[in-house]
Design a protein. Structure first.
Length: 291
């Protein structure tokens, strides 16, 4: 691992479990069919198996705004401070996040903590899948009811997120490879296939870079795979994208993947398609688009 890498590997973490804070950001994901997915907090997923000593990071109720209209909406600075301190994070902590579902949920935690000023926060490349594949033990059982509180004091996050107005401005300006809209949904979701939702599909002018397509069979991100995917879209760094998906999770996975190859001037449309679809005045497209 380089000092600037957003990722750490299993062997690196295995030798440092007593020196880092390991956060499990798993959620419960339920596929309802017809393109509908429900989410719930993941303590049962954590209890079924986690890295020894890991702490459960409740991405839905603590590291998001639970009162917001849409799931996974970014928390306020005060909410983030309370959530981070509750899992023991201090200003000098080294944090490694992982999940059990491809890494995008861990990436969301990474994006929030890094964007609020935590200097040493990383994602475990390959997540729990890679940990198990390397032959390391897992623990079962619920999270500890409390840990020694941390003293993390977040800074104001700046331009981590954009709202609907800025996205609409980009749409009206037309596709721009220097400032692209990039959708992290799976291709069938981007196209609007298999859904009866009349507002299925994607935001006009956006290109499709499915976050899951960037993962190898082992669930790991590799820089060459990310670069090849960008080449297929005709995107050449440097560029300053706005990333979106269904609810801001796969978009965070894209932010992690782009950071891995040095593309750091990124922002996430936090409401993503959850918010965009909710306004009937906003345009949506189906099909493969121009990508």
């Amino acid at each position: 691992m380089s000092a600037s890498s957003p990722l750490v590997e299993v062997d690196w973490l295995a030798g440092r479990l007593d020196r880092v804070i390991v956060l499990d950001a798993s959620v419960t994901r339920v596929d309802r069919g017809a393109g509908v997915t429900d989410f719930a907090p993941g303590p049962e997923v954590f209890a079924a198996g986690h890295i020894p000593g890991a702490r459960f990071a409740d991405l839905m109720r603590a590291f998001s705004d639970p009162e917001a209209r849409f799931p996974f909406t970014a928390p306020s600075v005060a909410q983030l401070q309370a959530a981070a301190r509750a899992v023991g994070i201090g200003d000098d902590s080294t944090v490694v996040a992982y999940d059990s579902m491809g890494g995008a949920y861990a990436a969301r935690l990474w994006y929030l903590l890094r964007g609020h000023g935590l200097a040493r926060v990383h994602v475990l490349n390959g997540g729990l899948q890679a940990w198990r594949a390397a032959g390391h033990a897992v623990e079962t059982g619920p999270a500890a009811p409390r840990v020694p509180p941390g003293d993390f004091t977040p800074r104001a996050p700046g331009d981590l997120f954009v709202g609907t107005g800025e996205v609409l401005t980009r749409v009206r300006a037309g596709a721009d490879p220097a400032r692209p809209l990039i959708c992290g949904l799976r291709p069938e979701q981007y196209r609007g296939d298999g859904s009866s939702d009349p507002r299925r599909g994607h935001i006009p002018t956006s290109v499709n870079l499915p976050y899951p397509s960037l993962l190898g069979a082992d669930g790991r991100l590799e820089p060459d795979r990310v670069r090849a995917a960008l080449d297929r879209l005709g995107l050449r760094p440097p560029f300053a994208p706005v990333l979106y998906c269904g609810g801001g999770i796969n978009a965070a996975g894209l932010a992690l993947a782009l950071d891995l190859i040095g593309v750091t001037d990124v922002r996430i449309y936090d409401d993503s398609m959850s918010g965009w679809r909710a306004d009937p005045a906003l345009p949506v497209e189906t099909g493969a688009g121009d990508a």
